[in-house]
Design a protein around this ligand. Structure first.
Ligand code: GDP
Ligand code: IMO
Ligand code: MG
Length: 427
């Protein structure tokens, strides 16, 4: 195996960062390809916590080439902050970073627009975004008026695109009492950061292709989750990029024939941050138990995550969309101590039972549950299936059966070591 994708399979925060860090031990290249600093990936290495928003979570492994590919939207200030932190800790001496010249740049007006939308002041549905300017930046990209990293080093091109883009947004911003910045102001704000990242900018398509040709082990690091995908998620309560495994090919510039294994990262229960339907959401003591025990507070915004039972209707469909080869089940330890566990196997909508995700009405479905017995034993020390209590094994078996996909990894705690592999996706 040489190319492995890691994809979030619910509404984000499944533990992708932790799994990428583990699999990166066998990788030579780790590539992020969509989203931006709306992502928050927390890693715990020997008890030390590290959070990445942009830089691939593989960076902590020695001799790994990390790539930010063209499908990303980049807030240069955040990238520079992460680079400074990594430089200070010596990590960047051991790993390399490349930034695509074609990735789009998050500009000040994107942040202003994101905020206006969340205040219902601009015609879009407030979705509880991360307010990082992600949606408006992708909007400029699709509207063919975006600024790309490579434009920044050609002052005339940069200014020309910027002036046209700002002219496009000026009426909207000024109509809502905002001051639309001038192109010169934006240039003065952006260029110091642009110069700082300049040594990392390159044609990442060529770079990744060289790696593939040389037979490198390449890990593709997804952000968000499939239920937040712009096409396949709970639209309009989604993010503004494609988050499915197929998006890796578009965001990197790589053919689908190159991907050998897709690992779906699946939390043993479900969480969601922000607005939108969530059929198995729990507003009771069980939901609070998951939030407290799983520390379910956003790594990017600190917001409490909504918590609920495992939804097998969602994950089965996601495994189909993703072409998942295996599932990595995370946070199984959080369920320890629950008397019984419920798994959603269907929905009741307008008096009918369905086993698929309806396009309309997901906010009012009633979940149909299968109930499983829980376990009390501490499982954080488990390093093989046989170390798990019988009820935990039965729960995992049921997930495999309902989601129609085998398990390659089980995570029983936040630390790198609190994990066991059933199959190494690289081998
Ligand atoms: P990501 O966005 O998918 O990378 O996930 P986040 O980092 O936003 O959220 C996952 C959180 O759960 C992080 O705080 C991780 O440290 C933590 N975590 C990951 N795996 C486990 C696990 O198996 N058990 C527990 N208790 N915590 C975990
Ligand atoms: P990781 O990679 C969880 C959610 C936001 C909001 C919606 C749109 O850490 O799993 P955006 O700022 O993208 O326009 O917000 O998507 N969202 C996430 N939720 N994890 C994430 O990333 C998310 N990135 C965006 O909460 O509901
Ligand atoms: Mg996260």
């Amino acid at each position: 195996m040489s190319v492995v994708g890691v994809i979030g399979s619910q509404w984000g925060d499944e533990g992708k960062g932790k799994v990428v860090d583990i699999l990166a031990e066998d990788a030579e290249m780790v590539v992020r390809y969509q989203g931006g600093n709306n992502a928050g990936h927390t890693l715990v290495v020997n008890g030390r916590k590290v959070i990445f928003h942009l830089i691939p979570s593989g960076i902590l492994r020695d001799d790994v080439e990390c790539v930010l590919a063209s499908g990303l939207v980049i807030d240069l200030r955040v990238l520079v902050e992460e680079l400074d932190t990594l430089k200070a800790s010596g990590v960047l001496d051991k790993a390399s970073l490349s930034l695509s010249e074609k990735a789009h740049v998050i500009l000040p007006h994107h942040l202003m627009l994101d905020k206006l939308r969340e205040q219902s002041k601009s015609g879009s549905v407030p979705v509880g975004s991360t307010l990082r300017g992600i949606g408006p930046c992708y909007e400029d990209k699709i509207g063919r008026r975006g600024v790309r990293i490579g434009d920044l080093y050609h002052p005339e091109i940069f200014k020309e695109i910027l002036e046209a883009t700002l002219e496009y947004w000026r009426p909207m911003l000024e109509g809502r009492g905002e001051v639309c910045p001038s192109a010169d102001d934006v240039i003065a704000q952006i260029m110091p950061f642009a110069e700082r990242v300049r040594p990392y900018v390159k044609d990442t398509v060529g770079f990744v292709q060289q790696g593939l040709k040389a037979g490198r082990q390449v890990l593709l690091e997804g952000a968000q989750g499939v239920m937040l995908d712009i096409d396949h998620g709970t639209y309009p309560f989604v993010t503004s990029s494609n988050t499915i495994s197929g998006a890796a090919c578009a965001g990197i510039g790589m053919g689908p024939t190159k991907v050998d294994h897709v690992v779906a990262i699946v939390k043993a229960y479900t969480t969601r941050v922000g607005a939108g339907p969530f059929p198995t959401e729990l507003d009771d003591a069980d939901g609070q138990f998951m939030r407290d025990k799983g520390h379910e507070y956003g790594s990017t915004t600190g917001r409490p995550r909504r918590c609920g039972w495992f939804d097998a209707v969602v994950v089965k469909r996601v495994n189909q969309i993703n072409g998942s080869s295996s599932m990595a089940i995370t946070k199984l330890d959080v369920l320890t101590g629950m008397k019984e566990l419920k798994i959603c196997v269907g929905y009741r909508l307008d008096g009918k039972e369905i086993e698929t995700i309806p396009m309309h009405g997901l906010e009012r479905v009633e979940p149909v549950y299968r109930t499983m017995p829980g376990w009390d034993e501490d499982i954080t020390g488990a390093r093989a299936m046989s170390d798990l209590p019988a009820n935990a094994r039965a729960y995992l078996d049921e997930l495999v059966r309902l989601c129609e996909c085998p398990i390659s990894l089980v995570s029983v705690g936040p630390d790198r070591d609190e994990t066991f592999l059933l199959q190494n996706p690289f081998r």
